[in-house]
Design a protein around this ligand. Structure first.
Ligand code: COA
Length: 164
């Protein structure tokens, strides 16, 4: 593997919305990779609260000060997108043990599809081990306060969504 290509990681997800847990992975990832491409999935079995454009825009605003991070939407097979971007690494975060089975399945499927695309896992900071986009949306929907669990820009967008 040539060393330049190893330094780009694609961090894929639905990011509906981006949370502080995701940011923790990006921060850690930047210690290892030169560039991280945050790849926001267009096709998802979930019913996102935010449109693809909103998810991308929010992530771009939050990450605007991180020069080595770019945010893009992607559709179709992740491994093909990774190769098109000249990367070989898929970055994923691990939280509690419950993530393991799903992540293992996904990384094995990706490996079957393209053997030279590798999945690397990083631990999410312990503060965010039990957060998820769904639990944050549920909490906001029920009138709970999620300030401090998501970036301020996301917090404002969540409030706006709830009022509309
Ligand atoms: N901190 C806090 N929460 C985190 C987290 C972290 N570090 N990492 C993940 N999560 C949460 C997310 O908020 C999300 O919560 P939700 O389920 O409540 O929305 C959940 O864990 C996992 O979501 P995410 O990381 O966004 O991944 P995903 O499972 O939604 O995305 C894709 C999966 C898009 C990467 C995958 O479906 C894909 O690659 N699709 C493309 C098609 C393809 O190639 N398929 C074949 C390969 S399997």
């Amino acid at each position: 593997m040539d060393s330049d290509r190893q330094k780009i990681a694609v961090y894929p997800g639905t990011f509906d919305p981006l949370t502080n847990g995701h940011l923790s992975i990006i921060r850690r990832g930047l210690d290892v990779f030169d560039t991280i491409i945050l790849a926001v999935a267009k096709d998802t079995p979930k019913q996102p609260m935010f449109s693809l454009e909103e998810r991308v825009d929010m992530a771009r605003s939050v990450l605007a000060d991180k020069e080595r991070v770019t945010v893009e939407a992607f559709s179709g097979l992740l491994v093909e997108y990774v190769q098109k971007r000249g990367a070989r690494v898929v970055l994923r975060g691990l939280r509690a043990i419950s993530d393991f089975e799903y992540e293992f399945q996904m990384s094995l499927m990706n490996r079957r599809l393209k053997r030279d695309v590798h999945t690397m896992f990083m631990m999410t900071d312990y503060k965010w081990l039990f957060t998820s986009s769904t639990i944050i949306k549920e909490t906001v929907g029920a009138g709970g306060d999620v300030q401090g669990l998501v970036p301020e820009i996301v917090f404002e967008q969540l409030k706006r969504k709830m009022q509309s």
